[in-house]
Design a binder for this molecule. Structure first.
Ligand code: DGJ
Length: 742
């Protein structure tokens, strides 16, 4: 059983294959957190928690004269408010009498089979093969009768634990939530821990930063209305010595696409608290009597095998338990060509068919018509919201255009930016109140567009009707769903003044409703997410889209860092990666090797390529398909760190049974007369013999992993190599004998 309630000790232990997580209904019924880490038996871990009379750390009234029990020092599952715990809080509630206080004590718990679901928010699910269990622990404040229900999902085999939170107003007057965190995790000693996060910017998303925990609150957050280019809702707490292969690493991945907050606080006693959830900025949520609020899910994983171990847990789990699209497992992803960098908005039906015809020679399966096909859209100042085909450009009509592409034996894809509206659009002229704009003030312009008020039902319904109509009008195989600005002017004309603090979150709920109604109702369409590149690359989005555009930056050398950072949590099969004209001095082969780290495709004017270049691309597309079972289903290893000054960047995909691997290397910095470089493989069977790129001379997995392969120096700058390793013999010693006999 994955969840054990020990009646005597009043502990609740969550067990996965390699980890344990323990809480205890402890002193005065406070829910204490006792342990998260490598698996331990069902034993009471309370022995670790010491109690002292700490000056200026108060004691709950009920502890009477005992001065040693302070919530300021006790490890908690969900911290209280104004009860003497001065660390960052799990909850801030304004009670109906205007007081700011929450004093939750454990009153109930339930254990059941299967994984809980959330009503309005996307979350991970249990597959048939999973043994998943749910724990619900209810905390209640005896004065306000506000209940906080802590939800835990335990995935035994996957080594994953999820957490979410529900607040129910059990009182008889309205209350307001100002802060509600989905997870609170207290470590008894965190002085030697580091915090790793994925900050970035437009064109340079998810770079990797690591900082030692010091005595203040380390904040990773977004207040841009989306999970953002600038930060990602993923953090790791790890040992100071942790590396790719060694050390304890705790991952926290938030399934939410709006404003988020992760705080890691090293307190005065070197205890560490991590909280994560919706950002409290402009968050003021009313709950009427009996109303409930649910917070998004956090997916937690622990590995004692460094960042690689942690990444593998997330990659495996997110490849199976996050997105139900058939393109995740059943149907192979196509090689696509996208019109954006080929033509921007300057195209018509004839041009698209020409690109498709040329791309057909390149082995491309799918033509994607990007921005510019609808309304009045010759540049990015107009047209958003008018989701009607512009027949001045698509003269033959969408249906006929798709037929022409299909006749070439190719599939057709289309671009949308549903959440946005241009001031110069029929939609805005008809419904100016649908755009977010603070009354009496001018809206902030960003790419000259405004955000639609996604919290409004009629806006949601308009988008659902319009987009579904387009998707159902022609044989559409693929959709790219974009969003190209951060949110400002947070205001809904549909809500009274006192509810404007709900708009940020209601926007996201509205967005998920629209996505449910468009994406889940079109299971045969492959959806790719995009936000000016990778500005909303988060697990909630990956619940809907099997793939996400990593970045508008297609420079293959910059992509090395982009792919490296993204891979800390997201599987490489989710990473949208194309070959484009960007990186003029980088060989075409290198561009292909880099794009093969992700979903692979082209983003250039195929009609400008020579027959010879088209032929090279055909070989690349075929190679992508040939290695698909390795790159989409195997384990991913970061072999070098592109953020460190080195001469090459290398990565590797290895099939689960270790029978094949694809090791990729890009030479980034050739120094004159410099040292010989070697690339060492990982994850192979050390005893087995492998052929390297079809060579008859076999190398042991052990040699390939410990001595490595020499990388030629006699190559032009930015050259790339792929080493395809195929296991030929099961046992090294057996094969060795056989070779001798020969
Ligand atoms: C931003 C995307 O990242 C690009 O790929 C492209 O689709 C443009 N938007 C279109 O406006």
């Amino acid at each position: 059983m994955a969840i054990i309630f020990n009646e005597k000790a009043r502990t609740i232990t969550l067990q996965t294959k390699n980890t344990s997580y323990q809480m205890k209904i402890g002193n005065l019924d406070y829910l204490l957190h006792l342990y998260y880490g490598p698996a331990i038996p069902d034993e009471d871990m309370n022995y670790q928690v010491m109690q002292y009379d700490r000056g200026f750390s108060g004691n709950p009234y009920e502890s009477r004269n005992a001065r040693t029990f302070s919530l300021d020092a006790q490890p908690q599952e969900f911290s209280t408010q104004q009860q003497g715990d001065f660390r960052t809080a799990s909850i801030e509630v304004v009670n109906s009498d205007g007081s700011y206080s929450y004093h939750g004590k454990a009153v109930d718990y339930r254990i059941r089979e299967g994984k809980y679901q959330l009503e309005q928010l996307p979350c991970v699910f249990a597959c048939e093969a999973d043994t998943a269990h749910t724990l619900e622990v209810t905390l209640c404040d005896a004065v306000s009768n506000i209940k906080v229900i802590l939800l835990y999902g335990v995935f035994e085999e996957a080594d994953v634990i999820t957490r979410a939170v529900k607040v129910v107003n059990g009182g008889d007057r309205p209350i307001h939530l100002k802060k509600i965190m989905s997870v609170c995790l207290d470590f008894l000693n965190g002085a030697d821990m580091d915090l790793l996060s994925l900050p970035g910017r437009y064109g340079q998303e998810r770079q990797v930063e690591r900082q030692p925990m010091t005595h203040h609150i380390h904040t990773i957050s977004s207040v841009r209305g989306s999970s953002s280019h600038q930060q990602n809702p993923f953090v790791v707490l790890c040992d100071r010595e942790a590396s790719e292969d060694y050390g304890r690493c705790y991952g926290f991945s938030l399934m939410y696409s709006g404003n988020f907050l992760a705080e890691a606080e090293l307190d005065q006693y070197d205890q560490l608290r991590l909280v994560m959830g919706i950002h409290p900025k402009q968050f003021f949520y009313e709950l009427k009597p009996q109303e409930a609020f649910e917070g998004p899910e956090v997916v937690m994983a622990f590995s004692s095998h460094g960042f690689t171990g942690l990444s593998h847990l997330y990659h495996d789990f997110y490849r199976t338990n996050l997105c139900r699209s058939k393109f995740v497992t059943e149907v192979q992803r196509p090689v696509l060509i996208n019109s954006w960098e080929a033509a921007f908005m300057d195209f018509d039906d004839v041009k698209l068919v020409e690109i498709a015809r040329a791309a057909k020679n390149m082995g491309v399966d799918l033509l994607v018509m990007d921005d510019g096909w609808f309304g009045k859209r010759d540049d990015d100042n107009s047209g958003l919201g008018d989701w009607f085909v512009n027949e001045d450009k698509i003269k033959c009509g969408l249906h006929r255009l798709v037929e022409q592409i299909n006749d070439l034996g190719m599939k057709f894809g289309i671009w949308f930016e549903p959440e946005m509206v241009s001031e110069d659009s029929d939609l805005y002229r008809a419904h100016p109140d649908w755009a977010m704009q603070i009354p009496g003030r001018h809206a902030v312009r960003s790419r000259n567009q405004m955000a639609l008020d996604m919290s409004r039902r009629e806006v949601q319904d308009y988008l659902i009707e319009r987009i579904n109509a387009i998707l159902d009008d022609a044989n559409i195989f693929y959709v790219k769903w974009d969003i190209n600005r951060s949110l400002a002017d947070i205001w809904s004309n549909d809500l009274p003044a006192e509810k404007q603090g709900e708009v940020y979150h209601r926007y996201i709920l509205g967005l998920y409703r629209v996505m449910d109604a468009i994406i889940l109702t079109h299971p045969d369409i492959l959806f790719e997410g995009c936000s000016g590149g990778g500005g909303r690359y988060d697990p909630a989005m990956l619940h809907y889209y099997p793939q996400y555009w990593v970045s508008d930056n297609n420079n293959p050398i910059d992509r090395l860092k982009l792919h490296y950072g993204t891979s800390f949590v997201y599987p490489t099969c989710t990473m949208g990666a194309h070959i484009s004209d960007s990186g003029r001095f980088v060989p075409l082969e290198t561009k292909a090797v880099v794009a093969m780290c992700g979903t692979f495709g082209y983003e250039l004017d195929a009609t400008h390529l020579s027959k010879k270049e088209q032929k090279i691309c055909k070989e690349q597309s075929d190679r992508f398909r040939k290695y698909y079972h390795i790159t989409f289903k195997g384990d991913f290893y970061r072999l070098t760190n592109p953020f460190r000054m080195g001469n090459m960047t290398a990565w590797e995909h290895v099939t689960k049974d270790k029978s094949e691997a694809l090791l990729s290397v890009v030479v980034t910095n050739l120094t004159c007369n410099g040292p010989q470089e070697y690339v060492r493989a990982k994850g192979l069977d050390p005893q087995a013999l492998y052929s390297v790129n079809g060579s008859k001379e076999l190398r042991s997995g052990s040699a390939l992993m410990n001595a490595g392969l020499p990388v030629s120096r006699e190559v032009p700058e930015y050259s790339a190599f792929q080493f395809h390793l195929v296991k030929k013999e099961k046992s090294h010693s057996k094969a060795h004998k056989a070779t001798k006999k020969e």
